[in-house]
Design a binder for this molecule. Structure first.
Ligand code: HPA
Length: 239
């Protein structure tokens, strides 16, 4: 029962899938944190694995970069593989002075400059939001792990590079914390399909303060975020 972009049978993916952008990060998570990890898919080298974490079945798969890529994989996982929860774990660039490098940011909402929502033919503007259930559990696990979560609006942009200013400063005036490229599509797919989604991002660069995390700092904060997301998968399994 493969889909156009994912190899595998129904049931091969767990109820909860963690999605880093980079498929090699998915491989790293599977090899570092999961036991009995089995590779499910390698179509286009977008690797996906299912294994066990603290006695709970969890999957991890790359999303690729940008909303179209995230939208394809999350749509197929939700719709064809009966996945219930997708947690994006990625990096973001801070646009708020309130944030510091390596902060862990959760997008309670995801603004966007993409026209992804046009397909729904809504007579207004849709507000893509995170799953309250996933957010509540993430908050709980973060407290247990001693992670000071920053929760707020994020921005999913279609373009990483900008012709004029870095990111339009009007977003920051509206209280948007950080910019990345995938959450809004994930949240809209989840909304349309009645599923749960959340984006957790570590701040890898600060676009206003012009600060950039080192490779080592990125790795350490990414590891912390993985443990947070895996902890949420464990909590979700208790239901
Ligand atoms: N823009 C988009 N995505 C990102 C950025 C950025 O500046 N930093 C990390 N992910």
């Amino acid at each position: 029962m493969a889909t156009p972009h994912i190899k595998g049978e129904k049931g091969d993916f767990a109820k909860t899938v963690l999605m880093p952008g980079d498929p090699l990060r998915a491989k790293f998570i599977a090899e570092t944190f999961l036991t009995d990890a089995k590779q499910i898919t390698d179509v286009r080298n977008m690797f996906g694995y299912t294994g066990m974490y603290q006695g709970v079945r969890v999957s991890v798969m790359g999303s690729g970069m940008g909303m179209p890529s995230m939208a394809i994989y999350s749509h197929e996982l939700f719709k064809e593989f009966d996945v219930e929860n997708i947690i994006r774990i990625g990096t973001a660039g801070a646009i708020s002075e309130k944030l510091e490098l390596r902060d862990v940011v959760v997008g309670i909402g995801a603004c966007t400059n993409s026209n992804f929502a046009n397909q729904y033919r809504l007579p207004g503007t849709f507000a893509p939001t995170a799953s309250y259930k996933l957010l509540k559990k993430t908050d709980m696990v973060a407290e247990k792990l001693g992670i000071d979560l920053k929760v707020g609006n994020i921005l999913s942009e279609d373009n990483f590079y900008h012709e004029f200013e870095d990111v339009n400063p009007s977003w920051e005036k509206m209280g948007v914390l950080a910019v990345e490229m995938e959450a809004a599509a994930l949240y809209m797919n989840a909304a349309r399909l009645g599923k749960n989604a959340l984006a957790i991002c570590t701040i890898s660069d600060h676009l206003v303060k012009k600060e950039y995390a080192t490779v080592e700092e990125r790795q350490t904060s990414f590891t912390q975020m993985m443990e947070l997301a895996l902890g949420v998968a464990v909590e979700l399994d208790k239901e």
